[in-house]
Design a protein around this ligand. Structure first.
Ligand SMILES: Nc1ncnc2c1ncn2[C@@H]1O[C@H](COP(=O)(O)OP(=O)(O)OP(=O)(O)O)[C@@H](O)[C@H]1O
Length: 309
């Protein structure tokens, strides 16, 4: 297919990217392309650096594929460059073209319409952490962002740290707590019973520490929108009928999906086996945070729900 020749400006930017990469010990150039360049030529000019190309243009995607370059196809949406780059980075991490702890050089058209004119150094770990809170904001309609962040932070800590050297799983249901309580039952005597409201504020470091300890008991934590722990060790009874979830996720994750669907609450599950934190809304995984990084995907692969006895 026809390719657009490298302009003197792009050649200079590639040289600058190479120098920058060597000075900052970076190994990847991430090119957000709007034009079907000769990508092999670009790769050659970058020497040992890895090249990842991302584009929402079908002809650019075809060109990159023909040249055997790592490609992250984007869906065309009227987005700002920043949002496009963020989406492309997330996809690239999910496809394992980039590692979530890495720093990259992004090359893109920041000011011009389609000709690359900008270089940025992006630290993926910092960038992903910011994305996580932005993504949480989308769920804020149901539960205040502050409460969500507190519980998600706690969940991530439990997934990373475990307890006394052992991995620990957990399940939190946040918001609409009266309905959630009515769709659950006590498994063990409620450890929060009798405590005043101020001793059940999840953002309080002492309460957080006891919740890490309590995560070891079976069942779910139930938390109000205001961030007050209402109960722990609850078994959730909401029905999983009609829901689909990723293969390999067990009872805890089905219970999280089901309660989020039935009550409109946000459910946050920490997997005991992997430490991964998944956030459920309306029966779907809407955010996934890996224990050591913060990589995430929006939806898992679909499978059938388990048979109920
Ligand atoms: N309906 C439920 N309500 C509350 N907690 C539940 C429910 N079902 C399971 N759990 C909790 O999940 C724990 C683990 O169950 P299971 O191993 O089947 O889940 P999983 O989804 O595979 O999660 P993990 O990755 O942590 O193993 C149980 O010991 C229990 O504490």
């Amino acid at each position: 297919m026809q390719r657009v020749e490298l302009s003197p400006q792009l050649s200079s930017l590639l040289k600058a990217a190479k120098r920058l990469a060597s000075e900052c010990e970076i190994e990847v150039v991430f090119l957000l392309a709007d034009i079907p360049y000769d990508f092999l030529e670009i790769k050659k000019s970058l020497g040992k650096l890895r090249l990842v190309v991302s584009s929402d243009k079908p002809d650019v995607q075809r060109a990159a594929q023909e040249d055997g370059i790592a490609l992250v196809p984007l869906i065309h949406e009227p987005q700002t460059r920043q949002v496009q780059i963020s989406q492309a980075i997330l996809e690239a991490i999910a496809d394992e073209f980039l590692a979530s702890g890495e720093r990259i050089i992004a090359l893109y058209a920041g000011f011009e319409r389609e000709y690359a004119d900008s270089l940025s150094i992006v630290s993926l770990a910092d960038h992903l952490a910011k994305l996580t809170s932005r993504d949480l904001q989308r769920l804020e309609t149901k539960v205040p962002l502050q409460t969500l962040r507190t519980v998600v932070d706690l969940a991530v800590e439990i997934g990373r740290e475990g307890r006394e050297g052992k991995p620990v799983g957990a399940l939190f249901v946040v918001g609409n707590h009266r309905k959630v309580l009515s769709l659950s039952h006590e498994q063990v005597h409620d450890p929060f019973k009798g405590y005043s409201q101020k001793d059940r504020v999840v953002s309080n470091p002492r309460v957080k520490e006891s919740m890490k300890e309590l995560a070891q008991i079976d069942g779910a934590f139930i938390i109000s929108s205001e961030g007050i722990a209402q109960s722990a060790g609850r078994i959730l009874n909401a029905s999983a009928e009609g829901l689909t979830l990723s293969k390999g996720l067990g009872a805890r994750h089905w219970a999280a999906a089901a309660i989020s669907k039935s009550t409109g609450a946000i459910a946050i599950a920490v997997s005991e086996s992997t430490g991964t934190v998944r956030i459920f809304q309306d029966g779907y995984v809407v955010l996934r945070i890996e224990p050591m990084s913060s990589a995430m995907k929006w939806f898992d692969f679909d499978t059938e729900p388990p048979q109920t006895e």
